[in-house]
Design a protein around this ligand. Structure first.
Ligand code: RAM
Length: 349
């Protein structure tokens, strides 16, 4: 299945969802408190969101969605994150939140297994645990549910399909990923490798996967190293918003945008300039705010017991309507989108 270009109605939906949701730039929230009182009476339940790391505008957008849900449902919302996205960097933050006595932890995990003992400890103390943006692959019993932005099973093929259309189905490509442990990027890369075994992509060869650790400078350096190491490289896929913008910068600086095609997953606000000046023709993502908003509604429903996380069940997620629990309590928040010069101005995240 391919990613879809969206019609005007959906474009407007995305625009209006967070009322001008763009938190542009990459300032990062270390703690924000929502003091709304609507939706519940008495003491408010508390939700903390722990993104992969600070300094990533993608997570600012998730936070905006969470804050909107917190206002509508009346829970207290805060967010804290480590400076880097290494596998173990979130452990101390989770421990602090357990000590603080928070009622729910939402987390975008940097590892599928390193966090398992401490998240199980949290669950053992009655804290709701919901992973968002990425899951604890094979350790799903260390969380109550997961909210994914889109159906992960289509991302690998759709990224290869995008690249194939850019390079005419032929040539060497490389992947610039986030960290080596990132469960979401690793799931998408596995999907890309599987897609490359299909006869229709037989002209495309994956020559290397490199890791920028979701740090702009390292991602840029890794891109430059790829250009040096593979002079005949035809394309780079960066399935990370940090990596994609850094790689675009590297191609622009090296003046090789005509020779090396770049696509991946990125934020329209960060990629607009590179699409408008022709460095990047098209790339994909989803609205990260919708995922935060959906997770907020899910957690609020778990608090008041109106939502029971179980495959086949569903819950009302405010403006997003009804969302379903799939296998392993997996919730998918919305559709994937492809951005290009024609539609990028419609998106403000
Ligand atoms: C980066 C992060 C995040 C991922 C996006 C696409 O911001 O790695 O986890 O979902 O890219």
């Amino acid at each position: 299945m391919k990613l879809q270009y969206v019609g005007a109605a959906l474009v407007l939906g995305g625009l209006c969802f967070l009322g001008g949701c763009a938190k542009s730039g990459d300032s990062t929230t270390t703690a924000s408190s929502n003091s709304s009182t609507s939706g519940t009476s008495g003491a408010k339940q508390s939700v903390v969101y722990i993104p992969k790391n600070t300094g990533n505008a993608y997570f600012d957008s998730v936070i905006t969605g969470f804050e909107k849900a917190g206002k509508e449902k009346g829970f207290d919302f805060t967010t804290v994150a480590p400076a880097n996205a290494s596998a173990t960097s979130q452990i101390d933050f989770i421990k602090q939140q357990i000590q603080r006595g928070v009622n729910a932890i939402a987390i975008s995990p940097n590892s599928p297994d390193a966090l398992v003992p401490v998240l199980k400890e949290a669950m053992g103390k009655g804290i709701k645990v919901v992973t968002i943006d990425a899951d604890l692959e094979k350790n799903e019993n260390a969380r109550d549910a997961v909210v994914l932005p889109v159906d992960f099973s289509i991302i690998g093929t759709s990224q290869i399909d995008l690249m194939s259309s850019l390079i005419g189905g032929k040539g060497d490509i490389a992947i610039l990923s986030a960290t080596t442990d990132a469960p979401n990027q690793n799931a998408w890369i596995a999907g890309m490798k599987k897609a490359l075994t299909l006869p229709k992509y037989k002209g495309i060869k994956l020559v290397e996967v490199v890791y920028g650790d979701d740090e702009p400078q390292k991602s840029q350096r890794e891109t430059e190293a790829l250009l040096t190491k593979f002079p005949n490289l035809k394309g780079i896929i960066a399935p990370t918003s940090v990596g994609l913008v850094a790689a675009a910068q590297a191609l622009e600086t090296a003046q090789v945008a005509k020779k090396v095609q770049l696509t991946g997953l990125g934020l329209p606000n960060q990629m607009r300039r590179f699409v408008q000046n022709g460095t990047v023709q098209k790339f994909a993502l989803w609205d990260p705010g919708k995922m935060g908003y959906a997770a907020g509604y899910l957690i609020a429903g778990m608090f008041d017991k109106s939502v029971k996380a179980a495959p086949g069940g569903s819950f009302k997620a405010g403006d997003l309507g009804s969302l379903k629990f799939g296998d392993k309590n997996t919730v998918v928040a919305g559709p994937p989108l492809v951005f290009d010069a024609k539609n990028i101005d419609h998106y403000k995240f």
